[in-house]
Design a protein around this ligand. Structure first.
Ligand code: ZN
Length: 241
């Protein structure tokens, strides 16, 4: 089986469509690690696409904020403004679907979290320390996390933690270690590569491959500005920050 793992779409429909075009015909399943909405201008369309295509979907902190289920005082000004805008924009069906999601899940051979095992909604896995803690708190061969918008691959063989940032074309051998993998973000990458990120897990070759796809950044930026969302949310997309 081949699985496409996506995360942190954030209402960026052009990026989501570019990723799914790259995935088409190559993967049997799509798993989504959450934050389908928030920041971007097309929340309903992104929800509709993900709920149709994904076999597993988690909710993230931005999804919960848009639903009004999370206090947004911890959000930056732009993130809070976007969460309130998204909350007003969400349709009834899209809202109901988001309401049905959990921030964690388990599948054969994998445990999935939006944030981390310690706190599936809020915690960021951005250090070796938290990565190791996450691996030690789980048992599945593969631990998948999103939330930080930074693609990561860290392997634990029982003695040593190896790996780190996972730029485009990084590949890992799944049987070499237990892995903590973050696919990076579809709709708002923050690792300096503005291209939409996704992760291909191939059960037969036993490899995971970090993929990047260019998309129409200008289209998404124009939508953000037209809807009156904070302009910085458009500007950052050009730089992948
Ligand atoms: Zn996010």
């Amino acid at each position: 089986m081949r699985i496409a793992v996506i995360s942190d779409i954030h209402g960026n429909l052009a990026a989501l469509e570019a990723v799914l075009a790259a995935v088409a015909g190559r993967c049997d399943q799509v798993w989504c690690l959450g934050d389908v909405v928030g920041y971007g201008a097309r929340p309903n369309e992104c929800v509709d696409v993900v709920r149709t295509r994904a076999t597993v979907a988690l909710c993230g902190n931005h999804d919960l904020a848009a639903l009004g289920r999370l206090d947004t005082t911890d959000f930056s000004g732009d993130a809070g403004a976007a969460a309130r805008w998204t909350g007003n924009e969400l349709g009834a069906e899209e809202r109901a679907w988001l309401e049905s999601l959990s921030p964690l899940a388990a599948r054969d051979g994998a445990q999935l979290f939006h944030g981390s095992p310690r706190d599936p909604v809020w915690d960021y896995v951005l250090s070796e320390e938290v990565a190791l803690e996450s691996l030690l708190a789980t048992t599945a061969p593969i631990v998948l996390v999103g939330h930080s918008h930074v693609a990561l691959a860290l392997g634990w063989d029982g003695e040593e933690l190896a790996g780190g940032l996972a730029p485009a074309e990084t590949e890992v051998e799944l049987d070499r270690a237990r892995w903590l993998l973050n696919p990076g973000s579809v709709g708002q990458p923050r690792d300096g590569d503005p291209r939409a990120a996704w992760l291909l897990i191939d059960d037969e070759t036993r490899r995971a491959s970090f993929m990047r796809v260019p998309y129409a950044v200008a289209e998404t930026q124009a939508e953000i500005r037209e809807r009156g969302l904070p302009p910085a949310l458009a500007a950052r997309l050009a730089h992948g920050i």
